[in-house]
Design a protein around this ligand. Structure first.
Ligand code: ARG
Length: 581
């Protein structure tokens, strides 16, 4: 509806251009917003105020000219000028009802699909040397939800799990693996079931023994020059580490597969060329033996130049080097229109620098957009970065298990007679979705406090609240299973019906916002409001006990579209729904 009004306004502006009231070459940016207060109609635009300068007319006068030039439209019942020159649009209720009927019959719930793009989404991307920790939780679930919404809109999404599988720490790990194998034979395999302690033990050896450290350094060089034995060892290590990641993905219901893994090592063979190409373009400088790029745009607070390091003095490449190669691949091989990076905000400067450099060095097509979708830190209840009681990193698997255990208690307290198997099944869904939803519902750019109590509450914008709201809506149909709705239609008469109807019609706009800005919290907020609008409607408008057959069926259809929208919305967040809880 919003884009429909935008196009009506566009037509009006074209008419005014023909009449030379607005200069023909002027590009007007037409912004249309939903109104907060329905006495001001359903949509409003400040277009007349934006154009007063170029049209040399006062805003109210111009607003009237725009209104006079709007094409006739059956979906708009009234257009008014308000205040200094706003234009308010009132949507015709029967047009809205028809839109909802069409949404009910459409597998995309009436969402207007945009022109499809190819979108590369870089997310999760843990370092394989260690086990996944809470820091990777945010990237994994925010990224996955945006991926789902992009696919729903018909875009071609290419997932890229840019895992850290290369670099000096691998020498240390391989040296330790070798040492253990020599001592214990195949048993060394077992030790890798706990990557965290494996890494720590390797680090201890590295720090205590000069001989071990030398061996580790030699192994990295051999690995990077393609030595077969080293590569086999490295492959084995990564395989085990990746299978830990995929266990976590499976528990979280995240859509990443092994085929989506394209880690830093995948770019190893391109790195020398990256250096060469930067050099040919005269972009490289030398600093203490290292090859670096200084860019005008980046200076320290003191005004000192802030370089990107491309190659260390010992010949080793860096994180930024593989990102340069990855951008080139995403642009030229994958043909991306957009590349989205779901990575901690603390890497903001890194991305600004490499994005800027990739453009300067023409590694990416000029029309490709590079977007760092940064996120804040997940803190503990003390407001400090999330740690275990003893101060260690919290492993993701432990966190998920605790969520499930707490959810089990919660579900049992609500359903003391439910059998254990069903309880456990429900608890799994409630536990995992609570962790995911708590994260997704916050603006990704802010830090947030991780609290089991808050996320498992039935009150407020939480997973249990929404899952429960869904079971209530779905429950109405269980009682109405034998009612034939094939000839029924929606009529919006009661105020609460109109409010619910207008909320339902906003689904597509919300998805556009979520996908453009990489912000699942827009969808969470919407679903929360939708559940609220449904509950007010349900309180004020009896469904099964409605006054007439037609009214009952209309309200059932509204409930049905609410159920479908909630289910689809939760699915785009990667959250399963329950029929009972
Ligand atoms: N492995 C990195 C980390 O754990 C994240 C990689 C993000 N993606 C990228 N293209 N740099 O911090």
């Amino acid at each position: 509806m919003k884009s429909h009004i935008q196009s009506l306004l566009e037509q009006a502006i074209n008419t005014l251009k023909q009449q030379a009231i607005i200069p023909a070459d002027f590009e007007a940016r037409i912004q249309v917003d939903r109104t907060k207060d329905k006495t001001h109609g359903d949509f409003a635009t400040n277009l007349a105020m934006m154009l007063t300068k170029v049209a040399r007319k006062n805003p109210r006068e111009l607003a009237q000219l725009i209104i006079d030039s709007l094409p006739q439209d059956s979906q708009v019942s009234k257009v008014e000028i308000a205040g200094p020159g706003f234009i308010n649009f009132f949507i015709d209720e029967s047009a809205l009802a028809n839109q909802l009927m069409a949404a009910l019959k459409d597998e995309h719930l009436g969402v207007v699909l945009p022109t499809p793009q190819t979108v590369v989404v870089d997310y999760s991307s843990p370092n394989l040397a260690k086990e996944m920790h809470v820091g990777h939780l945010r990237s994994t679930i925010i990224g996955d939800s945006v991926v789902r919404a992009l696919e729903f809109q018909g875009h071609k999404v290419i997932r890229q799990n840019h895992v850290g599988d290369w670099g000096t720490q691998f020498g240390m790990l391989l040296a330790y693996m070798e040492e253990l194998r020599a001592k214990n034979g195949e048993q060394a395999q077992m030790e890798l079931s706990d990557l965290e302690s494996f890494y720590r033990a390797a680090k201890v050896r590295f720090d205590e023994s000069e001989e071990f450290a030398t061996r580790a350094r030699k192994l990295v060089v051999e690995l990077q020059s393609g030595d077969a034995y080293c590569n086999k060892l490295w492959q084995e290590f990564n395989d085990i580490s990746l299978s830990h990641c995929h266990d976590v993905y499976a528990r979280l219901g995240v859509s990443l597969t092994r085929a989506d893994v394209r880690g830093e090592s995948a770019y190893n063979d391109d790195l020398a060329q990256v250096v060469l190409d930067l050099d040919t373009q005269g972009l490289l400088a030398e600093s203490n033996g290292a090859k670096v790029v200084f860019q005008e745009e980046f200076k320290t607070k003191e005004g000192e130049p802030l370089p990107v390091i491309i190659q260390k003095a010992d010949g080793g490449y860096l994180y930024a080097t593989s990102d340069m190669a990855a951008m080139r691949y995403r642009s030229n091989v994958l043909n991306a229109d957009r590349a989205l990076y779901f990575v901690d905000l603390r890497q903001g400067l890194h991305f600004q620098q490499v994005f800027n450099l990739a453009r300067k060095a023409k590694f990416v097509k000029p029309e490709m957009s590079l977007e760092h979708m940064g996120f804040g830190t997940m803190n503990g209840e003390d407001g400090r970065p999330f740690k275990t009681r003893s101060g260690g990193v919290v492993k993701l698997v432990d966190l998920l298990s605790e969520a499930e255990t707490r959810a089990l208690e919660l579900v049992r307290s609500k359903n003391p007679d439910m059998d254990q198997q069903e309880l456990e099944q429900i608890a799994k869904v409630v536990g995992i979705s609570s962790v995911k939803y708590a994260d997704l519902s916050k603006n990704r750019a802010s830090d947030y406090i991780f609290s089991f109590e808050q996320m498992l509450s039935f009150e407020g914008n939480t997973a249990p609240y929404l899952l429960y709201a869904y079971t209530r809506v779905a429950g109405i149909f269980k009682r109405a299973a034998d009612i034939d709705l094939s000839d029924a239609s929606i009529k919006l008469e009661h105020d609460k019906e109109k409010e619910l109807g207008s909320k339902l019609a906003q689904f597509g706009e919300v998805l556009n916002r979520m996908v453009a800005k990489g912000q699942p919290h827009a969808l969470c907020g919407y679903l929360f409001e939708l559940a609220g609008a449904f509950s007010s409607f349900y309180e004020a408008c009896p469904v099964l006990a409605a006054d007439s057959e037609a009214e009952k069926k209309s309200r059932l259809l509204l409930s049905q579209l609410t159920a479908k929208t909630l289910k689809q919305g939760l699915d785009l967040l990667g959250i399963e729904t329950l029929e009972r809880m």
